[in-house]
Write a protein that binds this ligand. Structure first.
Ligand code: SF4
Ligand code: F3S
Length: 117
C-alpha cells in the first residue's frame, strides 16, 4: 500500500504535506507534487494536511484509476526533484480558485520539474 497524490493538487500545490512526511518521499513538479510509492511507509500523516484533499490511500482507487495515479506518482517521483520543505512564497496566488476545478489532469498537468529543495 502507498498513498498517492491526485489531480486535486494541480495548480493548488500548498506543500503542507511535505513538512510532515517522516521519510521525505514527496517530489516536485512544476504545478503538483507526487509521492514515491516505493518509499512511502503508509503512515497516513500527510493525508489530513492537504487543504484540497489531494492525498489518498491507494485502496481508494481500483482498476484503471488506480493504475493511472500509481503510474503517475511512480513515474514522476523518479524524474522530479525531492521536496522536504514547504515554500509558502511559491504557493500559487490563485490556489483557492483551482481547488474545485475538475479535469485538471487532462487540461493542466505539467510534466516539467519543480525546484525541489
Ligand atoms: Fe509520507 Fe506517510 Fe504520506 Fe507516505 S503516507 S507520503 S510516508 S507522510
Ligand atoms: Fe498538493 Fe496538497 Fe501537498 S495541494 S502539494 S498534496 S498539501
Amino acid at each position: 500500500m502507498t498513498y498517492l497524490v491526485n489531480e486535486s493538487c494541480i495548480k493548488c500545490k500548498h506543500m503542507d504535506c511535505v513538512e510532515v512526511c517522516p521519510v521525505d518521499c514527496f517530489y516536485e513538479g512544476e504545478n503538483m507534487l507526487v509521492i514515491n510509492p516505493d518509499e512511502c511507509i503508509d503512515c497516513g500523516v500527510c493525508e489530513p494536511e492537504c487543504p484540497v484533499e489531494a492525498i489518498v490511500p491507494d485502496n481508494a482507487y481500483s482498476g484503471t484509476e488506480l493504475e493511472k495515479w500509481l503510474d503517475l506518482n511512480t513515474k514522476y517521483s523518479n524524474i522530479w526533484p525531492n521536496i522536504t520543505e514547504a515554500r509558502p512564497e511559491d504557493v500559487p496566488d490563485d490556489a483557492k480558485e483551482w481547488a474545485e476545478v475538475s479535469n485538471k489532469f487532462e487540461e493542466h498537468f505539467s510534466d516539467k520539474p519543480g525546484k525541489g529543495d
